[in-house]
Design a protein. Structure first.
Length: 127
């Protein structure tokens, strides 16, 4: 794996910052780390700031990420605010991932800036 995930518990949410290469293996790896941290801190609110280099994951890879993680997310009652800070990434794939997760009952939202994501995460209402 070629990424670094920094996970900090902030009383009411986990703040995750991820850097490295944008590969299926790395994305699956950091989601496993997030799940373990959620269990450890008994916290399902997660702010993910991702800055991974390289091309977007393809549709099949996105499908794999969601299908391998949606049960974990539902089990812990996850509320995920996701910000892709790599401006070169096409956001269509991320919207596909968000829609796929919603279909499976996961409370995740895609944002374009951290402050808006954090406001949503700490508010119990939909954006």
């Amino acid at each position: 794996m070629d990424y670094t995930a920094t996970i900090e518990f902030k009383e009411t949410y986990l703040h995750v910052q991820v850097t490295g290469k944008n590969t299926l293996e790395n994305v699956l790896g950091y989601f496993n780390e997030i799940y373990a941290a959620c269990l450890r801190h008994q916290c399902g609110n997660v702010l993910i700031e991702e800055t991974l280099a390289g091309p977007n994951l393809d549709t099949f890879e996105i499908f794999e990420v969601i299908t391998k993680n949606f049960n974990k997310a539902k089990t812990i009652g996850a509320r995920l605010a996701y910000v892709d800070l790599n401006t070169a990434h096409n956001k269509r794939g991320l919207k596909f991932a968000e829609n796929l997760a919603h279909i499976r009952g996961v409370n995740v939202e895609l944002f374009y800036d951290t402050q808006t994501a954090l406001r949503w995460l700490l508010n119990n209402k939909k954006k």
